[in-house]
Every structure is written in structure tokens, then in C-alpha cells.
Design a protein around this ligand. Sequence first.
Ligand SMILES: [Zn+2]
Ligand SMILES: [Zn+2]
Length: 138
Amino acid sequence: MKLPITGGCLCRKVTYQITAEPIGAGNCHCRTCQKSVGTAYLAVLFVPYSALKIRGKHTEFATHSASGNTVYRGFCPVCGSMLFGRNSGNDKIRPVSAATLDDPRIYQPHMDFWVSDAQPWDYMDPDLPKFAENPLHL
Ligand SMILES: [Zn+2]
Ligand SMILES: [Zn+2]
């Protein structure tokens, strides 16, 4: 992938750069992602923690993951776009919402996870590996 990868929220008050190759990419079908993004799943890139450079002031909302960690979802306080997150149990990886990339076409998911929470109207690529929960244990 060409670096840096850039992205931002709907109103462009919060933008970011990813300065290293993503570690992974997948579609999260968990219930909290559904609520948070308002649709069937969150398309997410996993990037090295220090590779995410954020510009502009974002707000975080905390929830608890199945493993008991605190998951912080970072969103723009002006337009509400959910951009990236962090997890109290993992200081190596940060999830970034693939749909907020400036060029979202570069996103190539290699798995579906939390399919145990998926809605019956959620169509998934049958060729991608499926995981009931998160294989990265975030
Ligand atoms: Zn915004
Ligand atoms: Zn999720």
C-alpha cells in the first residue's frame, strides 16, 4: 500500500495519516459496531499503534469488549463520523474505520469476525474466513 494512507471525517475537522503498512483488515459484525456505525458491520483496518497520526480534536466513547477490556471509539464531535479506536488491552494495534479513508477502495478485507452477532440481512462474501468472535482478541 502507498504510504501515508490518509483519511478524515465527513466535515474534515478531524483528519489522520497512517504511516506504516496495516497489520490486518476485516469486517466486524459485532453488536456495538452495528450501533456505532448505524449499519450491518464496521469495515476496519488494523494499524500499528504509533503509525496513526491524528489532526484535529476528536471525542471518545468507551464500551467494554467481550474480554473485559475498555474499547474507546474515536469520533468527530462536529459531524459524528466514527474514525478510529483503541483498546485498553492492546497498545500495539489501533482499528481505523476503512470507510473514512480518503481512498476507501484500497481496503481489502481478509476476514469476517463477530459473525455470531451478524444480522440476517447482512450479506457477507462467502469466500472470506468467518470467525464467531474476534481472532485478534481485542
Ligand atoms: Zn467531522
Ligand atoms: Zn465490532
